[in-house]
Design a protein around this ligand. Structure first.
Ligand code: KG4
Ligand code: ZN
Length: 364
């Protein structure tokens, strides 16, 4: 499918839009444990966004419970849509299109956003577009004041993905490397659980690592001793498990383990980015996805990129983790290029980024 092309919605024409770039798009994100809603306008940029986090709901289980996530999206989504419209001072008649995350993610959670997004688009007589969650992350730095120009290299690091992508334009993605097992965010989460730290694990590990002593422990940097740009994080997680002494965990030992784990995970990502920058000779590196909020990673990548003559672009930390703004923007990009869905809708819990269609010319 265009995933999208084929069937530019007649309603766009029917509503007489003079300038398709002036679309006001409502974005809906429900792929995992955050309900995100936002409004993006082609000329005015991001109008407003809101997020309902499910962290408290899943905390007792130490991870996301898919059924609970879907039910909570049902509860939170519509009130959030109403709030975003009120905050922006717009009515349903002002909305020109709706973007919802169609995948990858948890099937039940995705269905909530897709069903509401598609239904609202029908009721409000506008087009709808199913957005790839990782394309949302990848394009999130475009919402910042100094967005990167194409082409660029992208490191996408979330709870479900670790990807190095050569980005030539929207939908023009060449996969350079990916994890062969756990995603780096997943490794952070599992390691945190092992250490008895709070959920979600990434920020908890980062906090504990702040009290760790450099050099107290040294963990391996997986797959950095051989050529290639793929990753593997499950061995690092096992190595961490073996480093945990039996019995009660002393606070300093816990901090040292957190430090050594974060140091190894970040170093591994930095080594592969340096290699990819050298191989591709790209001068711009985009870092996005939840782990992109990690302060240590941000500092170290900035240094490395500068040494390679490149510049790093991040979304603001709030837009590294899941949010509706990146979905509204990615949806706007594809809607203004003429892509849209029919009246039916599909969710794709597994969906390769490289399956997306290219759109003509990136929006300036
Ligand atoms: O992009 P995201 O919000 O959701 C997915 O698409 O998966 O990423 C969530 C992941 C989790 O694994 C979380 O532990 C990790 O991002 N994360 C972090 C930090 N903040 C979130 N990992 C390391 N350091 C952080 N500060
Ligand atoms: Zn995400």
């Amino acid at each position: 499918m265009c995933f999208h092309r084929g069937g530019t919605h007649k309603t766009i024409v029917a509503r007489g839009l003079r300038d398709i770039r002036r679309l006001l798009v409502l974005g809906i994100e429900t792929s995992c444990d955050d309900t995100g809603v936002a409004l993006y306008h082609g000329d005015k940029g991001l109008r407003t966004h809101a997020l309902a986090s499910q962290v408290d709901l899943h905390r007792p289980y130490g991870g996301v419970v898919p059924e609970l996530a879907a039910r909570d999206h049902v509860r939170s989504l519509m009130p959030l849509v109403v709030r975003v419209l009120q905050d922006a001072g717009v009515g349903s008649q002002d909305i020109n299109g709706i973007a919802y995350t169609a995948g990858p993610g948890l099937a039940g959670a995705l269905l909530v956003g897709a069903a509401l997004g598609r239904a609202l688009a029908w009721a409000w007589q506008g087009p709808a577009i199913g957005v790839h969650h990782m394309e949302g992350h990848l394009l999130a730095p475009m919402l910042e004041s100094e967005p990167p120009e194409f082409p660029f290299l992208a490191l996408l690091v979330s709870g479900g993905h670790t990807l190095l992508v050569d980005v030539l334009g929207v939908g023009r993605y060449r996969l350079l490397g990916r994890t062969l097992d756990d995603a780096v965010g997943e490794a952070f989460d599992k390691t945190a659980k092992l250490l008895g730290l709070d959920y979600p694990g990434g920020p908890a590990i980062a906090l504990a690592a702040g009290k760790g002593r450099p050099g107290a422990l040294c963990f391996p940097r997986p797959m950095t001793d051989r050529p290639g740009l793929d990753f593997s994080f499950s061995g690092l997680k096992t190595y961490t498990r073996n480093a945990v002494p039996a019995g009660t965990l002393d606070e300093q030992v816990l901090a040292d383990i957190a430090f050594a784990f974060q140091d190894a995970a970040v170093d591994t990502l930095v080594i592969k980015c340096r290699r990819a920058l050298k191989e591709t000779r790209r001068r711009r590196l985009v870092v996005a996805g939840g782990v992109g909020a990690n302060a240590e990673l941000r500092t170290r990548l900035k240094k490395t990129a500068t040494a390679c003559g490149a510049k790093v672009y991040y979304p603001r930390p709030d837009f590294c983790t899941d949010n509706g703004a990146m979905i509204a923007y990615a949806g706007w990009v594809r809607l203004q290029a003429g892509c849209s869905e029919g009246l039916d809708f599909t969710v794709r819990p597994r969906w390769e980024l490289t399956d997306l269609s290219a759109i003509d010319g990136p929006p300036a």
